[in-house]
Design a protein around this ligand. Sequence first.
Ligand code: SF4
Ligand code: SF4
Length: 396
Amino acid sequence: MNRITQAIHGKGTISSMVHEKQGKNAPVSNRYLAYTKKCRPVIFWNVTARCNLACSHCYLKSGPGRAGTNELSTAEALAFIDDCATIPVPVLLLSGGEPLLREDIRELAAHATACGISVALSTNGTLITPEVAQAIHRAGIGYAGISLDGASPKTHDHFRNKKGAFADTIRAFANCQDAGVRTGVRVTLTRNNYHELEELIRLSLSLGASRFCAYWLVPSGRGMDSYEQLQLSAPEIASSYELLYQYAKKTDPRVMEFLSVDAPQDAVYLLTLMQQDKSRDLDEARELLSSMKGGCSAGIRVASVNHTGDVYPCQFSQDPVFLVGSIRERPFSQIWNDDKNPVLSLFRNKNDQFTGRCRTCSHLSLCGGGCRVRAYRQQNVFGDDDPLCFVDTGSG
Ligand code: SF4
Ligand code: SF4
């Protein structure tokens, strides 16, 4: 994840955390822990594979047909949360499928909150009525990331494979905000929607969303089946990123924060744009982005647990080859702290694995080596090049 806004608006909160302006011994707020050196992971928890939609790019192949897929029981899920509290995990992101389809979702959220864990929701928004929004808030969920894949019903409904999904999703923003739950927009940019990006940003601002997260496609689940057809070309990615940059520059960071996800090399491009702009925050941004190593924290400060309790380095790496373990066999805290785990070792020592351009790239310390899932998908080689990387590597 690259925090475009916080790199540009260098006097922002993350920068002050990097410089520890709050005092060396001051407690660090939960929302910043994903970017500290502590190995306390933010967990993306796919609480269910069930979904009321069946989106064409879903990384889990979720849908209405995924009922009865051996989901963790309520007792197992509560025990997992108790174990997370021992680490302690700073943030649990309840995702799916559609997490609101789990009948006990509010119980799980409330339990995590009571354990001192921040809880956020990742949802398609279509089930968030005013009553559901209030119940979410009562359960301690302070933020909902809502997927919006187009600025028009035509584009969004096509992606989501459901007529009327756009209208239901739009309503979710107001319902959440009325209930006191902050909202953000999550969009996966592809060939089918990138032309609506500017309109979508404007729509998101008008909806009162406080975050705009642009995801680049990762070949995973149904996103793998349609990858070649949907993935943007390098010039399309560059122009989309420049638009995000321009809006991040002119938007008050207290109103909306812009982020890009799953393309660590964006950090290189962001600094190039800031350099061209002669930004006075360039040095501070370089320091911030270097500390985040491109923003891919898979297996280090990010973990993924799926609906059956399988653990992976990140939510897009849900493939048998990247299986870290199962919380049904061993508590998450033990799995996570096992230095000998071969998959975790791979991700935690990825610099030793590179076989191609990343190995000699002058931007490696800034980028961290791109996305290892996308790289692996090419020829099943972990250290391969990330095919999305379009920056000049300066490696001759
Ligand atoms: S070659 Fe590798 S390290 Fe260099 S910018 Fe591209 S993905 Fe990052
Ligand atoms: S491995 Fe790729 S998909 Fe996973 S967190 Fe890193 S950049 Fe994102």
